[in-house]
Design a protein around this ligand. Sequence first.
Ligand SMILES: *Cc1c(COP(=O)(O)O)cnc(C)c1O
Length: 482
Amino acid sequence: MKLIFDKSVPDRRGVTTTRSDVATTVNIKKEFLRNKPAQLAELSELDVVRHFTELSRRNFGVDTNFYPLGSCTMKYNPKVTERIAAYPGFAHLHPLLPQLRGGGMLTQGALSVLYEMDMLLREITGMAGFTMQPMAGAHGELTGIMIMAAYHRDKGNKKTTVLIPDSAHGTNPASAAIAGYKVVSVPSTDKGVMDVTALKKLLNDEVAGLMLTCPNTLGLFDPNIKQICDLIHSVDGLAYYDGANLNAIVGKARPGDFGFDIVHINLHKTFATPHGGGGPGAGPVGVTKKLVDYLPVSIVTKRDDGTYALEYDRPKSIGYIAPFYGNFAVILKAYVYILMLGRAGLVRVAENAVLNANYVRVKLQKHFEQAVKAICMHECVLTPSKGMLDSGVHALDVAKALIDRGFHPPTVYFPTTVHDAIMIEPTETESKETLDSFIDAMIDIAEVAKKDPEKIKASPLTTPVCRPDDTAAAKNLDLACL
Ligand SMILES: *Cc1c(COP(=O)(O)O)cnc(C)c1O
């Protein structure tokens, strides 16, 4: 595929305008002015339209094909949620419209969505109150840890440390560090879950809390979760649940019932709007009763007359963590999604997410190694077989070979606790036929790797852009590799 500059023909024009008869005054210093015209491609309108249409047809997304990107939940999200989020009554609202008087009736609908979403998420997670403001999962983590810090400050606790298992999502230690805590890593056992004996040794009065990604990045549910929460509480620490991947347990189990004090969930993974593309997202944070006062301002409350209002008078609040009310359209889409699926539908989300991941895992177990030989939750972590590794075929090569076979690669080299990890999250929305074709592609890669490993190492071979030569890319800045 040619770059647009290669298609340029001198003096070809798309649009011509008449010269302005108004004198131009230029207030820019001479040294900042161009001394030669900008080097733009010269093309007709049709050339440009064809060029960009061609490019857009090369886009890959959940709407075009299977996208098993571990940890990111790239599932199909029904178009009706987008449709409703675009209703003018929602989409054209200005965040500064008054709550009740004057334009008030215009905002009551949006406030009711925020209020009812709070109620739904309380029921789903077992928490006592939510903030909808955080605009990403990691932003929710930071909010949650700031609430943790506010709680300890208020109680006069001198706490310095947050414990985080080595199988946590990478954003966990980053969030705790940004909130000013020292991060101490808790090792995992060879079963891939937290080593409780090691945790006990790390417990002391300095511990502000623990952040647990659950299921962890190996796709495993920690069977000691209740005991872990009790241990943290024994030193007056708070237990934080990273529920970014709630699609693994939604409708089946609730973090609040395990004993967690703070939870964030990623609406843009579990409840419509796939993760990826840099957002927008929404990472609401839920807390237990003793922490509700610390939630950010504002909070939507319901008056006795049934109308909704924004409450700002919250003296213990950690304050604003985002402008206005968060990514409202993402919250609205998630709200529609939850109402549409209902209780029974949400239970099926979790069941199908777990079933699909285990189906892939079991079908591939003869051809790839499992990082931990156990039943997984919503994703499974594999590694290339010993034979593949011996012939120099690594996770990256498998990922590139999948591109040739029409699939988006899984997440590779993560979690970092597993060498050559291939982290597959099929998600709950894929059919058996799609999973089977992916499984066939993975088996084909394993077979070709046995006979002709160089072919896999040279992949992708069918894409417009090939695999860049890593050294040349760094030395000669040749990244295009056309
Ligand atoms: C995706 C994810 C996050 C971060 O969410 P962002 O919206 O990307 O900030 C945190 N924890 C886990 C377990 C995740 O999967």
